[in-house]
Design a protein around this ligand. Structure first.
Ligand code: ADP
Length: 666
């Protein structure tokens, strides 16, 4: 049984009110309060929240029942039933304006009272439901209009079978189908034939129904057959009992975004292709092969010589034979001639800029529904053209594609520029090496006889007593300087041999310990001169299969550096067999040291770490040393810190490169 309905009584005659209350209770209502005046009625009803108010029209006080009812209705949505003994026209009219729910005319019996109350409650309930429904319908309509007007998203409803049940403006914009063509059609209509054959529309619906949502991306088809890249979300619509009523589908057209991504990826690939080969033509060929299916059916690159004559053509097409044909025919291109770079032809004929010369319109055998031809500029000069062409029904190149093609042409120009700079640099290096070789040979030729002459002059002076010490010492100075010059020239000759790949070893059985002891001995006068304590530790023979003179050279270079950069501190030399089959020569000084950056450089040609002004030197000694050591299959390393000296360590395999080195058998 439902709870008793809650009634509030407004009646100024207390006896009648009490009688009414007991009648109501008997009839099964709950009396939540009563009032004798209009003011009390408003206050009491607002406080007790009854479901119905019984209101005597005639009340004590300034406010009669009609006024009290008006006030109450403004504050509460509660049905009011008037109790009247009689009613003149005017009172009835005033009462009507407050929108009452009924009248019970005094005197009334129980049945009339109950009927009045029940009818009022029923009417009130019905009106409330109606108002609610109207509000819901208005909201739904508003929502429908909102969905309808959305342009960027296709928002559609499908029935449980997947047929279109509602269609918005966005759906029309994206797919091209107007509502009357789309409604009732199966959602398959928008899928590609491949997807339909694979049963994808069904599986998507089933997945959404099963999992409560299905989202995915893929190609869909517009009304005109063009494809667009769609992101779609499918949500099942169920009634309160959980029965599937259909699906809501929201689709976005991401073709532009996807195309942008694809273009960026293509540009990256093309850039890598252009940079992947030092041979510019090879790079261009790889790039053209990426562009041919990527942006047009054809990609043809024409390159001119410095006079603007067509030098070569690179053509790419999915059909390699057709590409070769076009290439052989020179791409049918009339070169624009030298001069400033300018667009030859852009897009379709109607998109050609004014004054553009005839472009590769004559690409042989190309229907070229659309093409774009852009200058490939080398340092500002037209150096050729990059042409993209489409066959068949393909549309013209749009702005985005033109921008991409322009960027590719620009990068192709840069790649050609780089290739040319690289060639020029290589050429300069080759010329320099050749010059060094010739120059050092030319310098060497007079040096050997000069040294011999100085030698005999010194001898003659020593014999001819009396010519004086001064002349003799002058000859000594000349000899020392010439020896130095001779060493420099030898270094240059060695460098030429190394860069020309002509450093040859003449290995024999050598005791490294003996070689080094000997070299140290030779350096003692120089060490004394700079005040350096030069010691060698070579306790046992370390015998290997090496080129004796070259090892001497290695030891000399390291020792002269140690004395030169050793700042007069002690220099320690050590020769040991470091491990089985590995000989080690270490030269350690306590001089100026080398920072890390310098350590990385000093083994290369012409590299120095210390001030040239202060120390001089060509920066060749360590380069030659390293090559000699490596030629023996060994390594050279340096450990140093600025201001704390340096230790150079050479490690050589004891049985080095027997097979590789010519020479007598051990
Ligand atoms: P050069 O001594 O003729 O300049 P090297 O090739 O023999 O050429 O040496 C390259 C550079 O390495 C030197 O210019 C010097 O800066 C640095 N270097 C070589 N040996 C030492 C060392 N023992 N201590 C500090 N710096 C050194």
């Amino acid at each position: 049984m439902s709870a008793p309905r809650r009634v509030f009584i407004v009646e100024d005659q207390r006896l009648i009110a009490a009688d009414l209350a007991s009648t109501l209770r008997r009839l099964g209502y709950e009396v939540v309060g009563s009032a004798a005046s209009g003011e009390e009625a408003v206050e009491g009803a607002v406080r007790t929240r009854p479901e119905l108010v019984l209101m005597d029209i005639r009340l004590e006080g300034p406010m009669d029942g009609i006024e009290a009812a008006g006030e109450l209705r403004r504050r509460l949505d509660v049905p009011i039933v008037y109790l009247t003994a009689y009613a003149d026209e005017e009172t009835i009219l005033r009462a009507k304006l407050t929108g009452p729910f009924g009248y019970v005319v005094k005197p009334f019996n129980e049945r009339e009272l109950r009927a009045g109350i029940e009818v009022a409650l029923y009417r009130h309930e019905t009106e409330r439901l109606l108002a609610e429904e109207r509000a819901q319908r208005a909201a739904a309509e508003e929502f429908r209009l909102l969905v309808q007007s959305v342009q960027d998203h296709a928002i559609i409803r499908l029935d449980a079978d997947g047929r279109v049940a509602s269609w918005n403006a966005g759906a029309e914009r994206i797919t091209g189908y107007p509502a009357d063509e789309a409604l009732g059609r199966h959602v398959e209509l928008f899928y590609t034939p491949e997807d339909v054959a694979a049963g994808r529309p069904r599986t998507n619906l089933e997945r959404a129904a099963r999992e409560g949502r299905a989202e995915g991306e893929g190609w869909r088809v517009r009304r005109d057959g063009a494809r667009f890249w769609a992101n779609a979300t499918l949500t099942p619509l169920r009634d309160p009992d959980g029965r599937l009523r259909g699906f809501a589908k929201v689709t976005r057209d991401l073709t532009e975004r996807r195309r942008g991504e694809a273009h960026r990826a293509l540009l990256d690939q093309v850039t890598v292709a252009l940079a992947s080969s030092l041979d510019a033509d090879e790079g261009l060929r790889r790039a053209a092969r990426l562009l041919a299916p990527g942006l047009g059916d054809w990609c043809v690159v024409h390159l001119t010589d410095d006079e603007g004559r067509l030098a070569r053509t690179i053509a790419a097409h999915a059909d390699a034979a057709r590409a070769a044909e076009v290439e052989a025919a020179g791409g049918g291109w009339e070169p624009a001639g030298p001069g400033p770079a300018r667009a030859l032809v852009t897009g379709r004929p109607e998109r050609q800029p004014a004054g553009a010369p005839e472009g590769p319109a004559a690409l042989p055998g190309l229907p070229a529904a659309a093409f774009v031809s852009l200058p490939v500029a080398l340092r500002g000069r037209a150096y050729g053209a990059l042409t993209l062409a489409r066959e068949g029904a393909a549309g013209p190149f749009d702005d985005e594609e033109l921008a991409l093609a322009e960027e590719v042409a620009r990068r192709a120009g840069l790649a050609l520029d780089n290739a040319r700079l690289y060639r020029e640099a290589q050429e300069a290096i080759r010329a320099r090496d050749e010059f060094l070789q010739v120059a050092s040979h030319e310098l060497k030729t007079p040096l050997t006889p000069l040294l011999l002459q100085l030698d005999s002059l010194a001898l003659a002076l020593r014999k001819a007593n009396g010519l004086g010490e001064r002349l003799s010492s002058k000859v000594d100075v000349a000899t020392r300087q010439t020896v130095r010059l001779n060493r420099l020239v030898d270094s240059l000759l060695d460098v030429s041999r190394i860069t020309g790949g002509r450093l040859e070893l003449l290995p024999e059985e050598v005791d490294l310990a003996a070689v080094v002891r000997d070299v140290v001995q030779r350096f003692q006068p120089e060490a004394r001169r700079v005040g350096c304590d030069l010691v060698v530790r070579a306790p046992a023979p370390v015998v290997g299969w090496w080129d004796r003179l070259r090892l001497e050279q290695v030891a000399c270079n390291l020792l002269s550096n140690a004395l030169k950069y050793g700042a007069g501190g002690p220099v320690e030399v050590e020769v040991v067999e470091a491990a089985a089959g590995v000989a080690r020569l270490a030269v350690a000084d306590r001089g100026i040291g080398i920072d890390e950056e310098g350590q990385r450089r000093i083994f290369s040609r012409f590299e120095r770490a210390a001030s040239v002004r202060h120390y001089g030197g060509l920066g060749l000694g360590l380069f030659i040393t390293r090559r000699i050591v490596e030629e023996h299959g060994g390594t050279i390393t340096v450990r140093s810190r600025p201001g704390e000296g340096a230790t150079f360590t050479v490690e050589l395999p004891v049985r080095a490169l027997e097979g590789a080195c010519p020479g007598p058998a051990p």
